[in-house]
Design a protein around this ligand. Structure first.
Ligand SMILES: CSCCC(=O)C(=O)COP(=O)(O)O
Ligand SMILES: [Zn+2]
Length: 215
């Protein structure tokens, strides 16, 4: 079924967003990163609106009718459907990063285990890995890529306040983990965001292997 197109919106543009979200969902689910309806995805439509997954849908089998429009306050536009329970985290990223064009959130085992292991430290410090260069802005393996780990909560304003505090302290942010939960990352478009997610998954797996092997 096609998605609800709010009045004044370009159906072709919305359909393209829904397709790239569904394609990402299929690929990420095939990797086992979106178990049991977890995860959520979005893509910017224009300066004030994003296409985002409807809450509770199977993210590996998304169609056009599993995606809806919200404004940057997370308010549904032109539909009664309920956007992702974590919409506030997406809209915060679009508000804080003008260049962000897509956001992906997944729950892989690697991301989830790493988020528990590094929760006490509050950060994963990635350094010395060539694949750090897959993150836009990183040109060498030598610089430190900090991935904060925020405590999990069902109360989105608490989480967004922690993200705001990190950014307001002037610390670079490319992605973050939520303890016992998963990862959020973004990029200028869906292709870049998928590359960031894949690189971060690989880097976290390397860190876990290193800890396991040097224990
Ligand atoms: C079943 S996973 C719990 C909720 C969650 O963390 C998630 O990523 C999916 O929530 P949504 O409302 O976007 O389906
Ligand atoms: Zn989640």
């Amino acid at each position: 079924m096609p998605m609800t197109v709010p009045a004044g919106y370009d159906r072709t543009r919305l359909a393209a967003c829904a397709r790239s979200i569904a394609d990402a969902g299929r690929a990420l689910a095939a990797q086992g990163w979106t178990p049991a309806t977890s995860s959520n995805f979005s893509e910017r439509i224009d300066a004030g609106h994003v296409a985002i997954t409807i809450s509770g849908r199977d993210k590996g089998r998304l169609g056009e009718d599993d995606v809806m429009v919200v404004d940057l306050d997370g308010k549904a536009v032109g539909t009664d459907a309920r956007p992702s329970a974590e919409t506030a985290l997406h809209t915060q990223i679009y508000r804080r990063f003008a260049e962000a064009g897509a956001v992906l959130h997944t729950h892989s085992r690697t991301q989830t285990v790493a988020s528990r292991l590094y929760a006490a430290a509050g950060v994963v410090r990635l350094q010395g890995w060539e694949l750090q260069k897959a993150i836009t802005g990183y040109t060498t393996h030598e610089s430190v890529l900090e991935l904060p780990v925020f405590p999990n909560t069902q109360h989105m304003p608490e989480l967004t306040a922690r993200v705001d505090a990190w950014l307001d302290a002037g610390r670079p942010l490319y992605a973050y983990l939520i303890e016992g939960h998963g990862i959020y990352t973004w990029g200028r478009d869906m292709a870049e965001t998928r590359r960031h997610l894949e690189a971060l998954e690989f880097l976290l797996a390397c860190e876990l292997d290193l800890r396991r092997l040097s224990a």
